[in-house]
Design a protein around this ligand. Structure first.
Ligand SMILES: NC(=O)c1ccc[n+]([C@@H]2O[C@H](COP(=O)([O-])OP(=O)(O)OC[C@H]3O[C@@H](n4cnc5c(N)ncnc54)[C@H](O)[C@@H]3O)[C@@H](O)[C@H]2O)c1
Ligand SMILES: O=C(O)C(=O)C[C@]1(C(=O)O)C=C[C@@H](O)C=C1
Length: 367
């Protein structure tokens, strides 16, 4: 069931990535975009995100699936504006990070007439925004939440099946949740982490030493990357999921209190126990997670500081027929070289990669 034409409203990071992936992997024969200016349309076409674009929603005529990919607060108003041009037989979906307000609003608005609305939220993304950052591979292996319309909605099952197949065509894994359950879960694993990352950065305010910026290294970078996310986008997400985030903030506060209490009482035993509990829980999360935390077996390989060093590592692996699932430069020290993380498809491939690399004289360790 290949949709003939897909309309994307808001061609930024997510809409642009979806358009690119649909065009590249055959999920759509044509992708049209509703953008804000003719200039934006030209940029999106040039980036390969859409075939054609226009500021007018009239371009949505004939679409079988319409994806609303604007910031959260614009999704329902944009639906209202586009509705006269969306065929009643089309499936409408969105990519908003919060689902209750959007799904309940869209279902109430559409009622029993017109296109059926299937809420959507891909659990993948970036702290960057805009079509220039779009990536056709963004959805691969990502969990993609779908919120189908209530039972009895005319065209609901067909619309859900169409959106499901669109999601699968870009390499994501569709999972079905109720909007309220979704919002509670993302409050814990996405929205509160954003608040916590911002709070960590803000906690530097009282530190006036100029050395603080110089000493911030991998630990600070890894725990605060998402705090660089677009404030306008995140303000909307956090406000739209306020209640669930506030509830989760209570759990965070009490976890922080337990750690702080253990520290205040110099209670090493309790501190160690809490840290160990965190190690175990995080291991469990990363084992089950998809997308950015893909559970691929990994190796760390040291590379010398010379031109073509990474090319040589990949050349050694390619020569032995080892397929890489992922590669990342972890750190590089001028004159000393650095290390790269490589991910393999299976544990046996990882062991074979290590053997091949060690035989070629590399230091390689299982991560
Ligand atoms: N960034 C992420 O990691 C991520 C991940 C999953 C879901 N989301 C959700 O995806 C949506 C888009 O986020 P993004 O990161 O792609 O942001 P973005 O800023 O890159 O893209 C948003 C796009 O919407 C356009 N837009 C805004 N108002 C519009 C309107 N009224 N009509 C037409 N276009 C309009 C903007 O011009 C922009 O191109 C948000 O709802 C966000 O919650 C984001
Ligand atoms: O990896 C990132 O940078 C993201 O911000 C992605 C992320 C997340 O993982 O929390 C953030 C918000 C989205 O709604 C979905 C996914």
């Amino acid at each position: 069931m290949t949709p003939v034409r897909v309309g994307v409203v808001g061609v930024g990071l997510m809409g642009g990535s979806l358009g690119m992936a649909l065009r590249r992997f055959g999920g759509a024969a044509e992708v049209v975009g509703v953008v804000r200016t003719p200039d934006e349309a030209a940029r999106a076409v040039e980036a390969g995100a859409i075939d054609r674009g226009s500021p007018s929603p009239e371009i949505l005529a004939g679409c079988e699936v319409v994806v609303l990919a604007t910031p959260v607060e614009a999704i329902l108003p944009v639906l209202e504006r586009c509705l006269p041009f969306i065929p009643p037989s089309a499936a409408v979906t969105d990519v908003g990070s919060v689902k209750t307000e959007i799904c309940r609003g869209a279902w109430a608005r559409l009622g029993r007439q017109g296109p059926a609305f299937v809420g959507g939220h891909p659990m993948t993304g970036s702290e960057r925004t805009g079509v220039d950052q779009a990536d056709p591979y963004l959805f691969q292996h990502a969990v993609y939440v779908l919120c189908p319309p209530p039972a009895g909605t005319p065209g609901g099952p067909e619309a859900t099946a169409r959106v499901r197949s669109l999601v699968a065509s870009v390499g994501a894994e569709p999972v079905v949740l109720e909007p309220e359950e979704h919002d509670g879960l993302v409050a814990a694993v996405s929205h509160l982490p954003h608040v916590a990352a911002a709070a960590l950065v803000l906690s530097l305010e009282g530190t006036s030493s100029p050395w603080v910026d110089r000493l911030a290294a991998g630990g600070f970078r890894d725990t605060t990357r998402i705090a660089s996310g677009d404030p306008a986008l995140w303000r909307q997400i956090l406000l739209a999921n306020r209640e669930a985030i506030l509830q989760q903030a209570g759990a965070f506060r009490s976890a922080l209190d337990r750690l702080v209490q253990a520290l205040a009482h110099a209670d090493g035993e309790e501190l160690g126990r809490l840290l160990e509990e965190a190690v175990q829980r995080r291991r469990q999360v990363t084992r089950n997670a998809r997308g950015l935390l893909a559970p691929h077996p990994e190796l760390i390989v040291r590379v010398p500081d010379e031109v073509g060093a990474i090319h040589q590592v990949t050349g050694v692996l390619a020569g032995a027929g080892v397929n890489l699932a992922d590669i990342e430069i972890l750190r590089v020290r001028e004159g000393e070289g650095g290390s790269v993380r490589i991910a393999l498809e299976s544990e046996s491939e990882r062991d074979r990669a290590r053997e091949v690399l060690e035989r070629a004289g590399y230091w390689a360790r299982v991560r």
